[in-house]
Design a protein around this ligand. Structure first.
Ligand SMILES: Cc1cc2nc3c(=O)[nH]c(=O)nc-3n(C[C@H](O)[C@H](O)[C@H](O)COP(=O)(O)O)c2cc1C
Length: 210
């Protein structure tokens, strides 16, 4: 099948777009507003976008608290979402009652960061302390703004729980990261394999076209 997205008439019961751009890593974003309020919420529009400097971004559908707190304070933390924390992560996606914190309603503990004022999730085995470098509204082909606000931050400090280190490397088999698929689906990475990049093009091991 093929469909154009200007009409989006895919004829399927649900829009398949996000199911195709998957699995997406989940940035579990913690922030502290200037008035001290703490916030925690998952964002699957999240990824690393540069290594030098180390930059990550999350994208908010509308100006939600995570984006607004990150922009006003200039800081956020991206905590690693893992399978044992799936229920807590899901709970933290519900808006907290007035005056309450998603940490409390999710049964999670705030841990102090080293550089930024926002707390990190103590139960998460890795966290990226970030300082905001840019925030903007991406545009479509017609120049019209998307409904999203994209927040980019430079990673200024990294926490790693040594329980997820094996032979000095972060082991995703030990961490069991959670990722977001389409619809209501999630995946857990439990199986990992290695491939070394070839030094030069070599098609001898490719299947022959029929
Ligand atoms: C796994 C998962 C991924 C999500 N990803 C996004 C996302 O990328 N962008 C977004 O705006 N909302 C996303 N949400 C919904 C937000 O987490 C939810 O609206 C939350 O209440 C926002 O909280 P905040 O206003 O405190 O930032 C996601 C929810 C879940 C459960």
């Amino acid at each position: 099948m093929f469909y154009r997205t200007d009409t989006n008439d895919h004829g399927l019961p649900h829009d398949p777009f996000k199911a195709i751009v998957s699995p997406r890593p989940i940035g579990w974003i913690s922030t502290r507003a200037l008035d001290g309020r703490v916030n925690l919420a998952p964002y699957s529009f999240f990824n690393a976008i540069s290594d030098k400097p180390k930059l990550v971004m999350f994208s908010s559908v509308g100006m939600k608290d995570s984006a607004s707190f990150a922009i006003e304070s200039g800081e956020f933390v991206a905590n690693l979402a893992t399978a044992p924390l799936a229920m807590a992560l899901n709970r933290s996606s519900a808006p907290a009652p007035r005056g309450g914190s998603e940490f409390a309603i999710s049964g999670l503990t705030e841990a102090d960061c080293e550089i930024v004022a926002a707390p990190r999730v103590r139960e998460s085995p890795a966290a990226l302390e970030c300082q905001v470098t840019q925030s903007f509204t991406p545009i479509g082909l017609d120049g019209r703004p998307s409904e999203n606000v994209m927040v980019i931050g430079e990673v200024v400090g990294i926490h790693i729980d040594e329980r997820i280190l094996r032979d000095g490397m972060v082991s995703m088999e030990l961490a069991e990261p959670l990722s977001r698929l389409g619809y209501l689906d999630y995946a857990v990475t439990r199986e990992v394999f290695q491939m070394r990049r070839p030094r030069e093009a070599d098609a001898s091991d490719l299947p022959t076209a029929r």
